[in-house]
Design a protein around this ligand. Sequence first.
Ligand code: NAD
Ligand code: WQD
Length: 346
Amino acid sequence: MGKILVTGGTGYIGSHTAVELIGQGFEVVIVDNLSNSQERTLDGIEEITGVRPLFERFDLCDTERTEAFFQKHTDIDAIIHFAAYKSVGESVQEPLKYYRNNLVSLMNLLDAMKKHGVQGMVFSSSCTVYGQPDELPVTEQAPIQKAVSPYGNTKQISEEIIEDFLKAGPALNAISLRYFNPIGAHPTGLIGELPLGVPENLVPYVTQTAIGIRKELKVFGDDYDTPDGSAIRDYLHVVDLAKAHIVAIRRILERKQKKNYEVFNLGTGRGVSVFEIIHTFEEVTGVKVNYVVTGRRPGDIEKIWADPTYANKELGWKAESTLGEALLSAWKWEQYYRDHLEKAKQ
Ligand code: NAD
Ligand code: WQD
């Protein structure tokens, strides 16, 4: 079937993708330095799939260590490159940390791929490259806007690095997937998102407020030009997102690409407001979310949602889950995590 290197595979999206890959018969090797994840995620993957993926802990910015990895694993067919730092706020405070980590790790991998005959890479990009688009829903043809954060800029530069690298002629293929807002967890509740400290993202903040770790959720602005005044995003279930990676990997391995570098939006195509998230969460879980409306968060855009038509048609992929299912799975994970994993620490 194929041996896939999943970088960042103990992280949020990587772990869900590892589960789907294993389910489809791929052999998975995870590389992660555990800078934003925990090794016990491997237990969750094993419990769900019955298979414990190979795991190597090291920093992909370490060129020699990365090269040694590929010398050891000579039969990697393709890479899904999730490993990166992803906190927008931290990237503003520590831009070099972000540029170094996100770009050096990518370049090390591209070098190694060329040298070791790896067929291709699926790269984790982001809707952040569009900024606030002029037209909604946003297609892949929308202009890339100047990034508001160093994190966002690493995604733009990464896409350019991959494109330029492929133009220079190595017999490699790549697909950048521009994720909109991934939320939720595996329906078993055994793996999920593990935000360190105070969450920046909405859904982990909602679940932590619901479970009582946070006093109240701050709704960042109710004076936007949207039907209920709160900002709008395209939230997609992480399991749907994970499944898109399987299709993308197959497309590379089966040489079905139209060009050696392709870009796809991954979203539901539906815009959802912050208030809609809160109300749907309350509806599906029966738990109240204590919230207060505050001022807008600096740098936030008003509204964005994907036009996923290209991924729907070309990849045959569609986000299938409902918002309620995604929020319920996030809640199940929050409860499991607090119950089991926190206790295990004591
Ligand atoms: P995550 O932090 O949960 O996972 C990333 C993993 O990469 C972590 O386990 C971390 O320990 C590891 N890592 C980071 N730098 C590394 C390095 N130099 N060497 C080895 N391992 C390293 O994040 P996630 O939410 O799963 O995101 C995965 C990818 O998707 C990232 O590239 C992120 O920028 C991108 N993305 C995420 C979102 C989102 O909202 N979660 C949206 C769009 C794009
Ligand atoms: C969603 C909405 C907030 C927290 C970020 C990154 C982006 C991409 C996805 C990786 C917004 C509101 C949030 C809270 C709130 N990541 N909110 N109270 O802003 O779309 O994007 O994650 O590439 O690069 O910037 O996601 O989850 O932070 O916010 O009201 O406590 O929820 O204002 O409207 P966002 P988010």
